[in-house]
Ligand binder design. Structure first.
Ligand code: ADP
Ligand code: MG
Length: 255
């Protein structure tokens, strides 16, 4: 792959927790413009990889580059500045917040410090806040969840929450968006909606890397597919190639 065509490169990534090896010499690349699927049995190290590349964990070995910039060991907001934004497998708690408020706060906007703090004059602060609220509103409309804006975030269904997470991630204007199990526990109707939104984002130029347990969903949406097993890349290829690969079948059966 050409250097310019690669948004994310993971090379020899290793992370251990005590005696447990979560990722072991994991290497792969996400090519610009793709929807890259990251699959593998439970405990294969998929979420750990997302945590490592987005600055939430520090690797024991290996490197992470985003758009050719070495971000190994960087803070989440520094990685976000290079254009990489991620969602979480388990959405954070949003108690006491409306959907609109949830859109405006929290680590999902990875850029660590609030944008607003950069300004000194109260008028500028106010202007920035208004702009943030308008951006949030526009994003809620884009994801067809603006009718939920004033609802308590805790009242949302699992699927609605995933849509809010996606909309919020998009507020950071990512070049590369990492989604950790975007349709886990989501009903089929909302899962279809999520798929359509993800496909739209990709058409609009966002590169995606998606962890998903639902084989049907990921095989229809992503190409290529990277299969992780016991912390390392086992196979990568087209959905068809991966589907028909005995090593992949064995990995899933072996657990
Ligand atoms: P996956 O997302 O593929 O299901 P994970 O990356 O979540 O797998 O986990 C890989 C392994 O690392 C698992 O055995 C898990 O229990 C372990 N692990 C992940 N995060 C931590 C952590 N923060 N502390 C201890 N062990 C962890
Ligand atoms: Mg996981």
């Amino acid at each position: 792959l050409d250097k310019e065509d690669v948004v994310l490169r993971v090379d020899g990534l290793r992370k251990t927790f005590g005696g447990l090896i979560a990722t072991d010499d994991a290497s792969f690349a996400v090519e610009r413009g793709t929807v890259t699927g990251l699959i593998g049995p439970n405990g294969a190290g998929k979420s750990t990889i997302f945590n490592l590349v987005s600055g939430f964990y520090e690797p024991d070995a290996g490197t992470v580059t985003v758009n050719g910039v070495d971000v190994t060991g960087a803070e989440p907001h520094e990685v976000a500045e290079e254009g990489l934004i991620r969602t979480f497998q388990t959405p954070r708690k949003l108690e006491g917040m409306t959907v609109r408020e949830a859109m405006l706060v929290g680590p999902q906007r990875q850029p660590g410090e609030s944008f607003v703090k950069l300004f000194t004059s109260p008028r500028e602060v106010e202007a920035a806040e208004t702009r943030n609220i308008e951006d949030a509103q526009r994003m809620l409309e884009q994801f067809e969840i603006d009718h939920l804006a004033t609802q308590p975030a805790t009242d949302l269904s699992g699927g609605q929450l995933k849509l809010v997470e996606l909309a919020r991630a998009m507020l950071a204007e990512p070049e590369l968006l990492l989604l950790d199990e975007p349709v886990a526990g989501v009903n089929p109707t909302l899962a279809n909606k999520l798929r359509d939104h993800i496909a739209r984002l990709n058409e609009e130029g966002v590169t995606l890397c998606i962890i998903e347990h639902d084989m049907e969903f990921i095989m229809n949406l992503a190409d290529p597919i990277v299969v992780l097993d016991q912390g390392s890349v086992l196979v990568e290829g087209t959905p068809d190639a991966v589907r028909n690969d005995d090593r992949v079948v064995d990995a899933y059966l072996g657990g």
